[in-house]
Design a protein around this ligand. Structure first.
Ligand code: ATP
Length: 628
């Protein structure tokens, strides 16, 4: 039985009660159980509202790639809480400093307020729709309109609903509910709700259904489509009704870092593999739909069509022509790297040049930095998903259906050499050709395309890191140090953190002050001005030590790629705390800024497990540096 009256809309309170349960445990199994139970009730009694429950649990307002999201700043939320509760912003700020969480401040403030009438209960549908309207408010007096909208919801909140509502508005729920839990919960809930005889499904059936849903979602990351298909067709045959679709970006396959060529050969012993140049640009997933629409998506499923109108206008011409002059590839999805290109010299330019390209509203005429697209995979072709084919098969189709165009479209250079000397030579050639190193991939066995997976069937070998840390780290800026001398007026250094997915916390890992150009220091100082917060968030893990304490705190916003000499155990930094040593975290020695990773969200930064893995790998391979 659901906790709400049958025949009535699902109340927001029902979701908040589940959130309370979820936030009280760290057990994935229990969280899975709570979410499954909630979804079963909705599937049985209010199936049309399941999609709202899922999006609100994920804190999203639609598919990720549509980019419709809330991430309202502290000041606007403080204003809304002040207006709806009659408290002064000054007092709210003091509470925020103490509690570190705006959601808690909202609950505290609502608790202090006397109300004459019991508010009409909020429903899931109403909250979702109002938040969606809130996200689309733009233009003049938008701030006042947004405050009004938030208020209209806040007055309907009872108990601790205001906590979750304000956190949703800020863009993060922070209750330990990961997307990886939502999918299995949905799969289980549908399987249970589908049972005819009220018996629980077998464990084996649940596991099978979870795999089906995960696989389908990794190719078609759209909850509206997924839920609709599950409601209509059930889980068992889902794959027949939900397939990779041009126009909907899939999460790209990712690679594992390696520190030595011997490590590559050990991993791929007795397997056929291929080495490709690792181009140093921006990942571009290129889509062409059967209706003739084109899209360019980032690593992060962000629509880059405004940034690359030049690529967009060329996409139709990438296909080879048949004997009648018609394109062989009518609809397709290509996995590529967009790289800055010097048209005069006919060669690749460094990533730094690409990063000067404007992100939005670029017109074809004003493009200063030209790009060439290097295709390394083909995931969909003429009505068929190719992800389950081997790389050898996909590559053959790529070469058969597409045609290189001088300086505009090319195939990733590859070589099938299989001993250390061959690979070393190819690695050297990649560096001469202005690439970052190599990607080494399985060709036949275990060679399907694994969307969203960091797979051991793709290894990255970066020349720079062969004798260093093995890979760079992508770290989140959480604090700043006021610059002195030549850096007066800017931040001269930053406190960086990795992300711990388990606790949803940012864990301080090091300070960085080198590797920045003057332009960067200026740009970052300006960008971060609007992300200053009054104190560290409750989900920042750091030690209050003179070597660490920053002058200013920031919301998690910017991600820096950092290179370091090595990783070391640290009594003051908190990264990967408990992974290697129960008392110590991990820090970076001699960190240096490499570049801004604006294609990564803070939650996609290097996570605590990866930091611990890099630390272990460094110690394991420390001795065989000379072998390569
Ligand atoms: P992460 O650090 O999380 O692995 P990343 O985007 O930083 O992600 P990189 O270390 O840069 O990953 O290595 C993988 C990236 O290399 C791909 O996302 C892609 O953008 C780029 N790349 C360049 N050439 C190739 C290639 N031939 N095959 C696959 N990826 C390539």
């Amino acid at each position: 039985m659901p906790s709400w009256p049958i025949g009535k809309d699902v109340p927001y309170s029902a979701l908040c009660e589940v959130f309370d349960e979820v936030s009280e445990t760290r057990s994935r199994l229990l969280i899975l159980k709570y979410m499954t139970r909630f979804f079963v009730d909705i599937i049985r009694h209010n199936p049309q509202e399941l999609v709202y429950a899922v999006y609100l649990s994920l804190n999203r307002l639609g598919p990720e790639y549509e980019g419709k999201e809330l991430g309202l700043g502290e000041s606007i939320l403080l204003k809304a809480i002040a207006q709806s509760t009659g408290r002064e912003v000054k007092m709210l700020k003091a509470d925020l400093q103490r509690l570190g969480d705006l959601g808690e401040v909202a609950v505290l403030s609502r608790g202090k307020q006397r109300t004459m009438f019991k508010p009409k209960p909020l429903t899931l549908r109403h909250v979702f729709k109002t938040l969606s309207e809130l996200a689309s408010i733009t233009g003049s007096s938008s701030q006042a309109k947004k405050v009004d909208k938030i208020n209209s919801l806040l007055v309907g909140c009872t108990d601790n609903q205001a906590k979750y509502l304000i956190r949703s508005c800020a863009g993060k729920l922070r209750i330990g509910l990961a997307e990886q839990t939502i999918l299995p919960s949905l799969a289980q809930a549908f399987t249970i709700a589908e049972q005819k005889n009220n018996k629980l499904p077998s464990e084996e059936k649940l596991v099978r259904h979870i795999e089906i849903v995960k696989q389908v979602f990794s190719e078609l990351p759209n909850y509206d489509r997924l839920i609709e298909a599950m409601l209509t067709h059930g889980v068992a045959n889902l794959a027949e009704h939900c397939e990779l679709t041009p126009g909907i970006p899939l999460k790209p396959m990712l690679a594992h870092p390696t520190k030595s060529l011997t490590e590559v050969l050990d991993r791929f012993e007795n397997m056929m593999f291929t080495c490709e140049y690792k181009y140093d640009g921006e990942r571009a997933q290129i889509h062409r739909t059967p209706a003739g629409q084109s899209f360019v998506y980032s690593r992060n499923s962000e629509n880059l069509s405004q940034k690359y109108p030049d690529i967009l206008s060329r996409i139709a011409s990438f296909s080879a022509k048949d004997a009648d002059g018609n394109p062989k590839a009518k609809s397709f999805v290509l996995d590529c790297e967009a790289v800055a290109w010097d048209r005069q010299a006919g060669k690749i330019l460094p990533f730094q040049v690409l990063s000067t390209r404007k992100r939005k509203n670029t017109t074809d005429e004003e493009i200063a930095v030209q790009v060439c697209v290097f295709a390394f995979d083909l995931l969909y072709l003429n009505g068929e998903a190719l992800t389950r084919k081997t790389l050898r098969e996909r590559r053959a189709l790529l070469y058969e259906h597409f045609e290189a165009q001088d300086g505009r479209f090319a195939f990733a250079v590859h070589s099938e050499g299989s001993n250390v000397n061959d690979i070393q030579e190819f690695l050297d050639a990649s560096i001469v050709d202005a690439c970052e190193g190599l990607m080494v991939k399985t060709l036949d066995r275990d060679a399907s395309y694994e969307p969203s997976r960091r797979s051991r069937n793709w290894l990255k070998v970066k020349k720079d890191y062969l004798s260093g840390v093995g890979d760079s780290l992508d770290l989140v800026v959480i604090g700043g140090y006021i610059g002195k001398g030549k850096r007066t007026g800017w931040y001269g250094g930053y406190l960086l953190a990795c992300y711990d997915e388990e606790s949803e916390a940012y864990q301080a890992i090091c300070k960085v002050g080198t590797g920045f150009s003057e332009e960067n220091l200026k740009l970052f100082s300006e960008t971060l001005q609007s992300h200053i917060i009054s104190g560290p968030r409750s989900y920042y893990e750091w030690t209050d030590h003179p070597l660490v304490r920053p002058d200013v705190w920031f919301e998690p916003k910017l991600v820096f790629e950092i290179k370091a000499a090595d990783l070391s155990l640290s009594p003051v930094h908190k990264a990967a705390y408990g992974h290697i040593d129960s008392e110590k975290g991990i820090s970076l020695r001699f960190p240096r800024f490499l570049r801004l990773r604006d294609d990564k969200a803070p939650e996609q930064a290097t996570n605590a497990t990866q930091v611990a893995d890099l630390f272990r790998a460094q110690n394991r391979h420390g001795d065989d540096k000379d072998k390569d």
